[in-house]
Design a protein around this ligand. Structure first.
Ligand SMILES: [Zn+2]
Ligand SMILES: [Zn+2]
Length: 150
């Protein structure tokens, strides 16, 4: 198999490298590739999806998983479980990043996940509502049929 470097544009690489270093991570080839994939995606990506996109790049699954966890732990990415026990990762801030916490839409038919604007769903706890609803950092998942399945 011919090794295909998944990161191509010089300038882009420099930016991604700087991003990793500022976060205290070594800019390894696989981390750069993972960061680039997340940055190019409008939706949060699972480990399996990242592995899929980078198939043929020569990185193994375990390394890519470790890279995703590293990015989440240093705060460059956010982890979300929309209820199917699969971690999905999305970049926080930066180009293509999702700055604020935001709700996700999950298709109950095909399982696809979309990011929703931060202010598209809000919770207003009424009298007598469980205290859990007043806590910060609630993860909001909206379920329904996506455009493809409706
Ligand atoms: Zn669907
Ligand atoms: Zn999102």
């Amino acid at each position: 198999m011919v090794y295909r470097n998944p990161v191509t544009k010089r300038e882009q690489v420099d930016t991604l490298r700087a991003t990793l270093r500022e976060a205290g991570l070594r800019a390894t080839l696989s981390r750069l590739a993972v960061l680039r994939q997340l940055g190019a995606s409008k939706t949060p990506m699972s480990h399996a999806e990242v592995v899929d996109r980078l198939a043929g790049s020569g990185f193994d699954r375990a390394t890519l998983y470790r890279n995703l966890i590293d990015l989440a732990e240093c705060g460059l990415a956010r982890r979300t479980d929309v209820g199917d026990h699969v971690w999905r990762f999305e970049l926080v801030g930066g180009e293509g990043g999702h700055d604020q916490e935001h709700p996700h839409f999950v298709c109950s038919n095909c399982g696809s996940v979309q990011c929703l604007p931060a202010d598209s769903v809000s919770i207003r706890p009424s009298r007598g509502a469980p205290r859990a609803l007043r806590r910060k950092g609630l993860a909001i998942h909206v379920r329904g049929l996506c455009d493809n399945c409706a």
